[in-house]
Design a protein around this ligand. Structure first.
Ligand code: NDP
Ligand code: GDR
Length: 356
């Protein structure tokens, strides 16, 4: 039975997108292999629902230990799993953290992508295996054109963006040099209740829930003026799969075509938690107060400012609409509500850990 099923390998399966993609591919009948890092504590919380006991006879979901910085182990995993499709989602994906760990970020996100492509080539699988690369709207960085589309020039503004720029071009090069079916999905920000706790949307929705439940007093944030094109992760992983089902490999932007200030996301998330906010002041002096109690709830802390910032992201998903038939469905307003409701539910049942 398994012989006729498609086989996928997902790096970064324990992350937000990895979890949604694994779920989607299992629904589609794939055998799914996921690569996870060894960690001193459990890091498989997001894939608990699809985890299958290794003793199950009809198992279609398998986990392998691996790391993007370890070439021999990538070669072994690709050889053992013989995937029809590889989704390279593994990355040190936090932009601000990349300023503190630039070399590691370049190694995992940039050279890691090369290692995986080389694994395919060394094993002679260029014609068998299709490759998806998790490229990013961070490539656009300093605004060159709005809205940003596949042809917009890149100008990355962080070690993360620069590492992903290398990955983008090495994917294009391997496609052209070796005829590989390899695609870049240039994805704008996508969020969900599974979003990492230190990305701004989830940091905000968790804080809104915690403050509502009386477990936290204040939320400290950085640049409230930044604008992002935020969509729902579940819908974006569907686009990744679609990119690998075309006749010819191409690069695609996935975005909603709408942009929102961080400040507005804060306002909506707190509103969904039942707290109306008034913003006063500007820049580092900006604060938000609870309309009902007059208490200061949100404060700007310059330690969250980035040495170089990406001020405005707004994507043009026209090519994905036309060629893939992909469209986003959830609005950013609905996304905020879903995330706050999920955080309220989880927090009512469990204690919270601090984090920034
Ligand atoms: P997450 O940070 O949630 O997940 C990243 C995954 O990569 C985790 O499984 C993580 O493992 C794994 N990972 C990190 N470093 C390594 C390494 N050295 N070796 C092996 N695995 C590693 O990211 P998302 O799911 O949000 O994003 C998926 C991909 O898409 C990333 O490449 C990201 O840069 C890119 N992207 C994301 C966008 C978004 O808005 N979410 C937009 C555009 C691109 P662990 O769980 O152990 O930390
Ligand atoms: P981003 O996401 O950098 O766009 O990268 P993030 O949510 O971290 O930041 C979005 C914007 O919010 C501003 N901001 C803050 N950000 C964080 N994390 N914490 C804060 O306290 C805070 N205050 C304001 C940021 O300055 C920024 O302007 C995400 C990641 O998923 C990348 O991997 C992916 O490639 C891009 O999205 C597309």
């Amino acid at each position: 039975m398994d012989d006729r099923r498609k086989v996928a390998l997902i790096t970064g399966v324990t992350g937000q997108d990895g979890a949604y993609l694994a779920e989607l591919l299992l629904e589609k009948g794939y055998v799914v292999h996921g690569m996870k890092r060894r960690s001193s504590s459990f890091n498989t919380g997001r894939i608990e629902d699809i985890y299958q006991d290794p003793h199950e006879a009809e198992r279609r979901f398998h986990l392998h230990y691996g790391d993007m910085t370890d070439a021999t182990n990538l070669i072994r995993i690709v050889q053992e799993t013989q995937p029809d499709e590889i989704y390279n989602l593994a990355a040190q994906s936090h932009v601000q953290v990349s300023f503190e760990t630039p070399e590691y970020t370049a190694n995992a996100d940039g050279i890691g992508t090369l290692r995986l492509l080389e694994a395919i080539r060394i094993l002679g699988m260029e014609k068998k295996t299709r490759f998806y690369q998790a490229s990013t709207s961070e490539l656009y960085g300093l605004v060159q054109e709005v809205p940003q589309r596949e042809t917009t020039p890149f100008y990355p503004r962080s070690p993360y963006g620069a590492a992903k720029l290398y990955a983008y071009w090495i994917v294009v090069n391997y496609r052209e040099a070796y005829g590989m079916y390899a695609c870049n999905g240039i994805l704008f920000n996508h969020e969900s209740p599974l979003r990492g706790e230190t990305f701004v949307t989830r940091k905000i929705t968790r804080a809104a829930a915690a403050i509502k439940l009386g477990r936290q007093d204040r939320l400290y944030l950085g640049n409230l003026d930044a604008k992002r094109d935020w969509g729902h992760a579940r819908e974006y992983v569907r686009g990744m799969w679609m990119m690998l089902q075309q006749d010819e490999p191409e690069d695609f932007v996935l975005a909603t075509g709408e942009t929102t200030e961080v400040r507005d996301f804060v306002r909506w998330a707190f509103e969904d938690a039942g707290i109306m906010l008034d913003f006063r002041g500007e820049g580092v002096d900006e604060k938000a107060y609870c309309r009902e109690t007059g208490k200061c709830i949100v404060e700007v802390d310059p330690r969250y400012f980035r040495p170089t910032e990406v001020e405005l992201l707004l994507g043009d998903p026209a090519k994905a609409h036309q060629k893939l038939g992909w469209r986003h469905e959830t609005s950013v307003r609905e996304l905020a509500r879903e995330m706050v409701e999920a955080d309220l539910r989880t927090m009512r049942d469990a204690p919270i850990a601090n984090g920034d």
